[in-house]
Design a protein around this ligand. Sequence first.
Ligand code: SER
Length: 437
Amino acid sequence: MNTATIRSKFLDFFGRQHHVVKNSFSILPQDDPTLLFISAGMAPFKPYFLGLKTDIKRAATCQKCFRTTDIDNVGYTFRHHTFFEMLGNFSFGDYFKKEAIAWAWEFITKDLGLPKDRLHVSVHHSDDEAYQIWNRDMGVPADHLVKLGDKDNFWTIGVGPSGPCSEIYIDQGPALGCGDPKCAPGCDCARYLEFWNLVFTQYNRAEDGTLTPLEKKNIDTGMGLERLAAIMQGKTDNYDNDVFQGIVRHVEEITHRRYNDSTQIRTAMRVVGDHVRALSVALADGAMPGNEGRGYVLRKILRRAARFGYRYLGQEKPFLYQIVPTISRILDVYPEIQQNLDHVSRVIHGEEERFLVTLKTGSEILTDFIGRLRKDGKAELDGGRAFLLHDTYGFPLDLTREICREEKMTVDEKGFATELEKQREREIGRASCRERV
Ligand code: SER
């Protein structure tokens, strides 16, 4: 089953349960200073959860999301992404646990046909009600149900609506497991893959962590579409699903490299595919690369993708911009990418072009530093050299860190911070001298 079919099956299913099916909101938060990007399907609905808006009681979306927490892992793992699509159904003071659990179970076991014997569920350890609904009403046996603590089963977006949750997992088989006989959902290994989170949103969380009960109880569910597509296509790697393979085929054509030729090429193509997808969506929604906040995150991923292309895919000239039309075709459910195609491609091309000059010089200098340090038997790049790269050559610390990681070296980040501080003090000194003059 391809990604587009899963997406529409989900929305049709919840449409039949009288949800208002909405298009994805922009990936850029509107009137929400607590977020750089929309990072969950529920985020645009915060006013509904808080009871500030009441015109709808049920909604379902496939929401464009961006998470900034794991950028440095993207490419190295099967599951990390910056941009992803989240399927979600929401109740604003309307239905609660019983219906949310029953519909989730019906959708995955009937509409998607996932085998019950491979499904497992976790609930918050204090939530007997959810446990009973799964066990007694849905017939999930006790050996497929686990109770976990706040770390796994309490969901919060930082500030705003939050609550205990129940997660659905698929057993990917012992070959992906850690071998521990006690291995179960919640274990850090890859065997049990969580793919749907049902949050029983009943609190408002303040900045200091205080939880205030909401007047009405709500439902917020979230299911990663990339993950679900991989499951439905019998893959254990999200990047093997139809969407990513479509992007990868085009990257192969442009770069004349094969995805499966080496681990490094695979990693590089995942980075390129993920990051250009994220950039296409964010730029089409009106964001721009820059030096701060959201703009900095976009600049960072663009540079990261360009660097992987340069180093492992032999791309010394701008090439990321060429992938945008393919992404717009594959993600045609978001027509804004096609509508802004020229703008998005032009911005990416311009950034790439400027960065490649910095990248070439900085990489050569860093390679030279690493060679010398190795000769001296050292495995750490000192803060002074990392700072020189940053300050004189505009070569960002995160790239220095990532290249060092590939070369099995560390960076003296404390030393870097000290140098940065010294420079700030010098600048303040200069500024106050100017003022005195
Ligand atoms: N808000 C929850 C999550 O992001 C469920 O939608 O996982």
